[in-house]
Design a protein around this ligand. Sequence first.
Ligand code: PMP
Length: 307
Amino acid sequence: TTAKSDYIWFNGEMVKWADAKVHVMSHALHYGSSVFEGVRCYETHQGPAVFRHREHMQRLHDSAKIYRMPLAYSVDELMAATRQTLKQNHLTSAYIRPLVFIGDIGMGVNPPEEYGTDVIIAAFPWGAYLGEDALEQGINAMVSSWNRAAPNTIPTAAKAGGNYLSSLLVGNEARRHGYQEGIALDVHGYVSEGAGENIFVVKNGILYTPTLTSAALPGITRDAILTLAKDLMIETCEQTLSRESLYLADEVFMTGTAAEITPVRSIDGIQIGIGRCGPMTKQIQQAFFGLFNGKTTDKYGWLDLVK
Ligand code: PMP
């Protein structure tokens, strides 16, 4: 790939972007055996800051734990490595991609008894995931013909490389049909999440989102939205949601580190509410982006300043 920044942190060393390579026989390439994170650094009123840095690195550790993957760096060491990567690349706002993977440990699905994983942290500039005007105008989405993974098949609470074959199917189907994003139902036919986003529904002033038993990723933005909504005195509810509750919603929006808070203006060609960013979505967007411009107090210590 063309370099998106100068250096990638690779097993404790800063390596030039072009030299950060792995062997074609790497286990992860064959079997999807990697866990990763998507994190953002914002240019805030206090300087560059990584949003919910610790929670992301903790989720990385959790994902590795589920798969019994050894991870040689602590949460604090990973956070220090990210700050180093940002500084060395002179980045003040960036998308950050930590990745832990099983490398070239020999053929066969089962790794040897004593093995180590490889760890990288890349950081590079990246704008709004679903397009700049999506944050105001909203996106057109479709309900995918592909369901999310059933319970006890592949763990959906882990942010693992292999899980993204599901996202690939959901997102690709939507784009082939001219939509900007796909929404997956769970194995029972209830709403789960977007290909790379959690989903929220506003109905009669209440903010709903599917429970995590819907096979949705425990999104860190999802958690932040639920917390900010409570601070705004908005009633929130985690429950099972039917497909048709999406069509009848006053507002629908998707959340994620990459997608931030993106309104959904239509689903399966049915207009949602006013067909663009609705009032509660706007209020929540302002509270969220307010963390970075100082209009929302960072009372939970969500900003890790890169000094
Ligand atoms: N669901 C999926 C499948 C995702 O890939 C993401 C992005 N990490 C999310 C939800 C949102 O999670 P977060 O808010 O932690 O970025």
